[in-house]
Design a protein around this ligand. Sequence first.
Ligand SMILES: NC(=O)c1ccc[n+]([C@@H]2O[C@H](COP(=O)([O-])OP(=O)(O)OC[C@H]3O[C@@H](n4cnc5c(N)ncnc54)[C@H](OP(=O)(O)O)[C@@H]3O)[C@@H](O)[C@H]2O)c1
Length: 325
Amino acid sequence: MSKNQKIATVFGGTGFVGTQVVRELASRGIIVKIATRVPERAYFLKPCGAVGQIVPYACSYSDPKSIAAAVSGADYVVNCVGILYEKGKKRTFQKAHVDTPEVVAKACKKAGVKRVVHISALGIEDCGSKYAKSKLAGERALLKAFPAATILRPSVIFGEGDKFFNMFAGLAEILPMLPLIGGGKTKFQPVYVGDVADAVVTALEGSSVGYDDLQGQIYELGGPDVVSFKEIYEILFAQTGRTRMLINLPFCIAKIEAAFMSLLPNPPLTPDQVESLKSDVVVGAKANCLDDLGLRATSMDMILPTYLARYRPGGRFGDQRDQAA
Ligand SMILES: NC(=O)c1ccc[n+]([C@@H]2O[C@H](COP(=O)([O-])OP(=O)(O)OC[C@H]3O[C@@H](n4cnc5c(N)ncnc54)[C@H](OP(=O)(O)O)[C@@H]3O)[C@@H](O)[C@H]2O)c1
């Protein structure tokens, strides 16, 4: 380790976004401590860096001492912890989205961490879901404890391993029809996970944007295209070569169905997520965005074929096989 080598602690570094953030930090020669509840889950990231550069670190997100130890010695801290649904008394939005960021921010302040970036979510100010309210409360708690932090609010994120596009592409493989919740009118601005990771690193390291400009700022991250839920299905059908009938499902009916799904160990849809679908998830007209970080958003056309082709009938080479037959 050289004297100038920076150290970053990434909370939730084993997740979809966290993994990409770890890769991006490692590619810049930064030592990455992956603070995770299960260090074994972070081992697959070790080849992203030189020997000793990627350090899985056992951390209990509910224990302030454990969090303090995780940020000790770090120049940068990134919080990628988040959940989509609650389960029992342990897995709650309050703990994951409010308490953890607050404790992380307090620990960072005490440890003299230089830069903190927190991943929040887009559209949370106008949304009535419990998820959104907890994300907003978490932002406020974090900024109160560490006012110089930078908040990133992504729209729905796409990329290899995402939950959104992969889930619907998977459902289209097994179901003859798909639900068009609330008529499919909700608008999204899908953003590429690589762009989110670039935004994190820019918010940490500065580059074209000075540190002073980044402090305490909120950036809304969206891609180049604004699309409705129905249009997302159409994009998926084009990418996977599987067209399915779309059944209009009013929000109230979708909530009842989602209530039953919530009983599953890993529910694909909850009533709270149906509530989220009542609000658009697009970048505000006056918001700071990727452009303001000096970054250009990647389009879905560039990326979706690289990981959705496997859902095509016969797989990636299915069409060629049909032609040969
Ligand atoms: N994916 C999207 O489309 C999207 C869109 C907008 C905003 N976001 C936000 O971006 C952040 C990262 O999302 P992601 O898609 O990467 O999520 P993810 O893949 O589910 O990973 C999130 C991380 O949260 C931690 N976690 C999971 N369950 C937990 C629990 N019960 N209690 C505490 N921590 C738990 C895990 O860390 P360990 O297992 O390593 O401890 C996991 O690595 C989240 O804050 C999310 O709200 C995501």
